[in-house]
Design a binder for this molecule. Structure first.
Ligand SMILES: [Zn+2]
Length: 256
């Protein structure tokens, strides 16, 4: 049996986050996207890229890199810009890295040991305060996607809040990933149960003291959220491709 690469934490490939974000911004600018500064503190600089389409029937928000030891999401967004793979008829708000310092350090938390994805109810971190301020100035979205990785997972899976009664978009995303990346087997994942790669938590946000980005978004900015988790035990190429394929499926589908 091949020994596990990840031992108690993510131990896989790392990225030069500053170079990746610079490249991302260059591709976005070349394609005519609008740049907005979410956090202006130089060591924590967070930028967003916006494509506004008048009268578009679809508007989506996508973020990545809130955990600094989950690099595939940020790389997947770079690939989307490099390939010019974004749909031209959808309004899009893209934030490639919400935790630049953690991404530089390779830590889940930010530079002060704070898990930014628990900050969205009672924020103290500068990154989250500025992100919330920016979100409050942004419109509502038809859907939101958050790109994450799980160092303990054996396959790709996602969390879906407010699944559609007419058939789950989350399940369609999983089916599109299945061709190139293993899907998490049925069974428990943290406090939840994963079925065919999808976890649909029944959550009352008001009962939870700490909110991840997804709970803030579903309370304030959108009805549908998808938290994508790639298995960071696998090679980076596979994980990046899995996020790109899942994003394609999501963004090309009308959420209603
Ligand atoms: Zn994460």
């Amino acid at each position: 049996m091949v020994p596990k690469r990840n031992q108690g934490r993510y131990c896989g490939e790392t990225i030069d986050i500053r170079a990746v974000l610079e490249e991302t911004e260059n591709f976005a600018l070349q394609s005519g996207w609008e740049v907005q500064v979410v956090c202006s503190e130089p060591s924590l600089a967070i930028h967003a890229y916006i494509q506004r389409i008048a009268n578009s029937s679809r508007s989506y928000y996508v973020s990545a890199g809130i955990h600094g030891d989950e690099p595939a999401g940020t790389l997947a967004l770079l690939e989307m810009f490099r390939q010019r793979a974004w749909p031209r008829d959808a309004s899009l708000w893209i934030v490639p890295c919400l935790n630049p310092m953690g991404s530089e350090l390779g830590t889940r938390e930010n530079g002060h040991g704070i898990d930014l994805n628990r900050q969205y109810r009672n924020p103290v971190a500068r990154e989250t305060l500025d992100h919330l301020d920016w979100l409050q100035r942004s419109p509502s979205f038809d859907g939101a996607v958050f790109l994450h990785e799980d160092w303990e997972a054996n396959g790709f899976y996602l969390y879906e809040l407010n699944a559609d009664d007419n058939g789950s978009l989350g399940s369609r995303m999983i089916e599109s990933v299945r061709q190139s990346c293993p899907i998490q087997p049925n069974g428990p994942v943290d406090d939840w149960f994963c079925v065919e790669g999808v976890i649909r938590p029944r959550i009352k946000p008001e009962n939870r003291p700490e909110w991840p980005e997804a709970l803030y978004m579903v309370q304030n900015k959108t009805k549908r959220t998808f938290t994508l988790e790639s298995p960071s035990e696998l090679d980076m190429k596979i994980r990046v491709a899995a996020h790109v394929v899942a994003l394609h499926t999501m963004l090309l589908t009308s959420p209603y």
